[in-house]
Design a protein around this ligand. Structure first.
Ligand SMILES: [Zn+2]
Length: 294
């Protein structure tokens, strides 16, 4: 008698779960260009036909899902130059061999037109000569390679991301700007105030993937946090880490400087998901995965 009651209790919820529809959602629903988003797969709980893998892509980047209390989450990104609809496609594979294909889309609004006018040293304020343009392109490829390779490493962080400096932000992500009235670009990072020599902290645990001196970025450090996420720290006076070092969240990795294309000393902080440049402040809103759910 007692056993029959128990069985009924066990069977009922399972039947309800079978009836649930697998669903993919993206938050926020209307992200800005260059935003990080969270993808959530729900309604896949079915004890008799469990999930063996969830794979997918968004804007050409692979997604890395992790499970936490029956919900499967992944981080994705909206390209900074995209005013079109961005679609994520996800495949849920089950132990029975059955698979569901889920889709969800977001349409970002366009970024505003150029608003900031900056004065920089003359060599930075005119179009680049071909040799310098080639150098800038080469250095851009190095940073891009760090972003791409991050998909090959497991996630290395378990605590929330933090700001690399406690100081005020002097320029936000996505601002359009002109240099000496000639060169137009978009600000694809966040600037923090700081005097030369002020400390810069690692935004989270990671491995030092690149330390170099770039034409535009000056002295640079790039960290690979794994699972597709990387951060960059530009215009340093000094780097205090070497390629291959594992750094702790909050560890001092370098000192503020005024190297590269700058109007004065500050930290320019960047972030990528895979190859896509994203607003680094969006990292601060990510909730860390629960270890037990992995
Ligand atoms: Zn900047």
């Amino acid at each position: 008698m007692r056993l029959a009651v128990l069985c009924a209790l066990l069977v009922l919820p399972a039947a309800e779960l079978h009836a649930q529809q697998a669903r993919l959602a993206i938050a926020p629903e209307r992200p800005l260009p260059g935003a990080l988003v969270t993808l959530t797969v729900t309604g896949v709980g079915a004890p008799t036909d469990s999930v063996v893998a969830i794979t997918g892509t968004m804007a050409g980047e692979p997604l890395h899902f992790f499970a936490s209390r029956g919900v499967h989450r992944a981080i994705g990104a909206v390209p900074v130059d995209s005013a079109n609809t961005v679609t994520a496609r996800v495949i849920v594979e089950r132990s029975s061999g059955r698979s569901d294909t889920l889709e969800a889309s977001v349409t970002p609004p366009p970024l505003p037109p150029p608003a900031e006018r900056l004065a920089v040293a003359e060599r930075f304020g005119r179009p680049l000569d071909s040799a310098t343009a080639a150098r800038v392109a080469r250095e851009g490829e190095l940073a891009l390679g760090v972003g791409r390779r991050s998909h090959d490493s497991p996630r290395r962080w378990t605590a929330p991301f933090l700001r690399p400096r406690a100081s005020a932000i002097s320029s936000r992500f996505g601002t359009g700007r002109t240099f000496n009235g000639q060169v137009t670009s978009r600000h694809l990072g966040v600037d923090f105030r700081g005097a030369v020599g002020a400390p810069i902290r690692a935004a989270n645990r990671g491995v030092v993937a690149l330390v170099d001196t770039f034409f535009l970025g000056g002295r640079v450090v790039y960290l690979d946090h794994g699972g597709g996420l990387t951060t960059g720290y530009l215009h340093l006076s000094r780097a205090l880490v070497e390629v291959g070092d594992t750094v702790a969240r909050g560890q001092t990795i370098g000192l503020v400087g005024a190297t590269g294309r700058v109007t004065g000393p500050h930290l320019h902080w960047t972030a990528r998901y895979g190859a896509l440049t994203v607003n680094p402040l969006d990292l601060l809103a990510l909730s860390p995965p629960e270890r037990s759910g992995d």
